[in-house]
Design a protein around this ligand. Structure first.
Ligand SMILES: Nc1nc2c(c(=O)[nH]1)N[C@H]1C(S)=C(S)[C@@H](COP(=O)(O)O)O[C@H]1N2
Ligand SMILES: [Mo]
Length: 301
């Protein structure tokens, strides 16, 4: 069996301080870090950055390739073979090709990013991801100036993905980002969580994480990345265009047609589970709002 990527971060490395350091790094670039408290909106979010347990994160999933129930992915995703794994990178790039995941990871700095995760179904978690910035991969293959969007596809392998034996969605699962969203430093290619290899149900061996968008943008088990000039088709918009738009930014002011997006349920709260207000761009407004300057976000939802 070929070597697989192992994260060098351990569960014990996950401390609240790291959350603030990551946030400050993002806000202050490479500037020296202090551990003082953060004033303003970030401080108000402090209570939200309590990590969900490994068990919550790996047993309450959406991964329709393994069925539509929240417990289906954990039950059935073990059948998926993730080694060997390669990603086709094509379209408007200087160096198109089929890249083995080991080669993709060779020069990448894998770091830990603790991100809030907000599903369009109005539940939320906080997850310690391990991964690298998508920008690093796109820079490696060289994006051509004519590229405006990035599209992603998940593996199609019905022999191992039991949900793909039914037309739940039109397979492969597809997602897409505008190029500036894809190049944003918050946009992560994740290969692990809690310092361990990504469990299959969370999208092994490599998945996207875009923390200011609804969870369905974070496509799992990626086998193709294409740079395009036209906005790509995405699975949920293809299936139900009136409910799921291309951007899918977390926005408490724009409701899903069948339910409110103003509040969210925190997974893992048990008997005392509370709803809390949903934050604009899932709390990452300071970092990403400028990407959408001048856009009507109720039109471009
Ligand atoms: N390939 C694929 N990726 C997917 C999905 C899916 O069904 N298939 N579900 C999406 C949805 S709706 C959510 S909420 C997140 C869930 O990620 P998690 O199970 O790691 O929490 O994965 C997203 N990525
Ligand atoms: Mo979701």
């Amino acid at each position: 069996m070929a070597a697989r990527y192992k994260s060098d971060l351990k569960y014990s490395d996950v401390t609240p301080e790291r959350v603030y350091m990551n946030r400050r790094q993002l806000m202050a670039g490479a500037a020296a870090l202090g551990l003082g408290s953060i004033a303003g909106p970030a401080a108000a979010q402090e209570e939200d950055l309590v990590l969900n347990s490994f068990d919550d994160i790996t047993s309450y999933n959406n991964f329709y390739e393994f069925g539509t129930g929240k417990s289906d992915p954990k039950q059935y995703a073990g059948a998926l073979t993730t080694d060997p794994w390669s990603i086709v990178i094509d379209g408007l790039v200087e160096r198109p090709g089929t890249y083995d995941i080991a080669d993709i990871l060779k020069d990448k700095a894998i770091e830990e990013r603790i991100y809030r995760f907000r599903c369009v179904e109005a539940w939320a978690m906080v997850v310690p991801w391990n991964g690298f910035e998508l920008k690093d991969l796109l820079d490696q293959v060289g994006v051509l100036p004519s590229a405006k969007y990035v599209s992603f596809e998940t593996l199609v392998r019905p022999e191992e993905m039991v949900g793909q034996r039914r037309p739940i969605l039109e397979w492969p699962y597809r997602e897409g980002l505008r190029l500036d969203e894809a190049m944003h430093p918050l946009t992560l290619m994740s290969t692990g969580l809690y310092g361990q290899e990504l469990p299959n149900q969370n999208g092994a061996p490599i998945r996207l994480v875009v923390p200011w968008k609804y969870g369905f943008k974070s496509i799992k088990s990626i086998v193709r990345i294409s740079l395009t000039e036209e906005q790509p088709d995405i699975s949920w918009n293809m299936a139900i265009p009136g409910e799921y738009g291309f951007f899918s930014n977390v926005n408490p002011n724009v409701d899903h047609p069948r339910w409110s997006q103003a509040t969210e349920r925190v997974i893992g709260g048990g008997l005392f589970a509370r709803r809390r207000p949903t934050l604009m761009f899932n709390g990452y407004e300071e970092e990403v709002a400028s990407l959408y300057d001048g856009m009507d976000l109720s039109e471009f939802f």
